[in-house]
Design a protein around this ligand. Structure first.
Ligand SMILES: Cc1cc2nc3c(=O)[nH]c(=O)nc-3n(C[C@H](O)[C@H](O)[C@H](O)COP(=O)(O)OP(=O)(O)OC[C@H]3O[C@@H](n4cnc5c(N)ncnc54)[C@H](O)[C@@H]3O)c2cc1C
Length: 287
């Protein structure tokens, strides 16, 4: 029995219609009234920048992805996608690998780079090896795969999917998962997706990143250890959190500034909503 460490991986990435796919976004935007003088490239960028999402849905992206079984539920939380998965009911867990008979596992980020003698890394391999041995033993004794798989470890790299999603959904995924708060394995997949995407559609470069980068304001407000307070011991530091740096991105609260009066703003907003709800029209400027 061979067990091999693999990295989470995206492959077979392609944009349907290839490098010209972005033109369909422009076509849809023009149809909805975006005027001619605006150059095609600028129309595309504006649709992405301003999050005019429906036109982005015409661009389809397809890829294959491999991750630990434990990470798979996080990936599947992205519901606006079509996924077809590798089945541990019908296939032996070693069949998901590139080489026949080799069990692939994802070593967690926090254990990578530790020496072979590290006690936690040793415990990891001991537990994985033991579980796989029991799995093989059960199969040999005639236990069906769909039952034996219950002893497979979380790290087993059998979270394998063929995925189709539209560009709107992919940008939503990237915005959430390129953030330092995303789990390390998802950050690895999202980073690979990012580079594959901008290689295929270079016009997106500079418009795609974590939600803060895309919106120029970070929605992660009041998240201790990331945007405020002592740095979290396990998250990488957010590159945009330092107000003295040239790449500082404020959170929503910081954008509004300290002079922003939230209760006055609420009053102003509700006055507007009352007028709109009344359907009485605007007061005539002459009256
Ligand atoms: C750092 C981080 C931590 C997280 N922690 C947790 C956690 O602790 N527990 C947990 O359960 N999840 C957690 N999540 C997952 C998160 O809540 C989302 O489920 C996941 O990121 C998928 O995002 P989404 O819903 O935007 O994507 P999709 O499911 O692809 O949906 C795309 C968009 O479609 C719309 N949409 C989809 N479904 C609906 C619906 N039913 N109703 C209305 N609008 C809809 C929304 O606008 C949504 O943004 C975490 C995510 C991140 C990035």
């Amino acid at each position: 029995m061979e067990v091999r460490a693999v990295k989470p991986l995206v492959w077979n990435f392609r944009v349907a219609e290839g490098k010209e796919a972005w033109r369909e976004v422009v076509y849809s935007a023009r149809l909805s009234g975006v005027p001619d003088p605006l150059k095609e490239e600028e129309v595309f960028r504006m649709m992405v920048r301003n999050d005019y999402g429906s036109v982005l849905e015409h661009v389809l992206v397809k890829f294959d992805v491999k991750m630990s079984k434990g990470m798979a539920p996080e990936f599947l939380e992205h519901r606006m996608a079509s996924h077809t998965g590798f089945s541990t009911r019908y296939l032996r867990a070693s069949e998901g690998g590139r080489e026949e008979g080799v069990y692939e596992v994802v070593v967690p980020w926090h254990l990578l780079g530790r020496g072979e003698r590290d006690p936690s890394l040793r415990a990891f391999w001991r537990a994985v090896g033991g579980a796989l041995k029991e799995y093989e033993g059960m199969l040999e004794r005639g236990v069906p795969r769909e039952a034996a798989r219950y002893v497979l470890p979380f790290c087993q790299a059998v979270g394998i999917y063929h995925v189709t999603m539209n560009l709107r959904s992919l940008l939503n995924l990237l915005g959430l998962r390129l953030c330092v708060r995303s789990s390390p394995e998802f950050r690895c997949l999202a980073s690979q997706l990012y580079f594959l995407l901008v290689e295929q559609l270079p016009l997106l470069r500079g418009l795609v990143g974590c939600r803060g980068f895309m919106l120029r304001v970070c929605p992660e407000e009041g998240v201790t250890g990331v945007r405020s307070g002592k740095p979290h011991p396990f998250y990488p530091p957010c590159p945009f959190r330092d107000p003295r740096s040239k790449i500082f991105l404020p959170t929503k609260g910081e954008t509004a500034g300290s002079s922003f009066d939230a209760s006055l703003a609420l009053k102003a907003q509700e006055e507007l909503f009352r007028r709109w709800a009344s359907w009485e029209g605007e007061p005539s400027p002459r009256s």
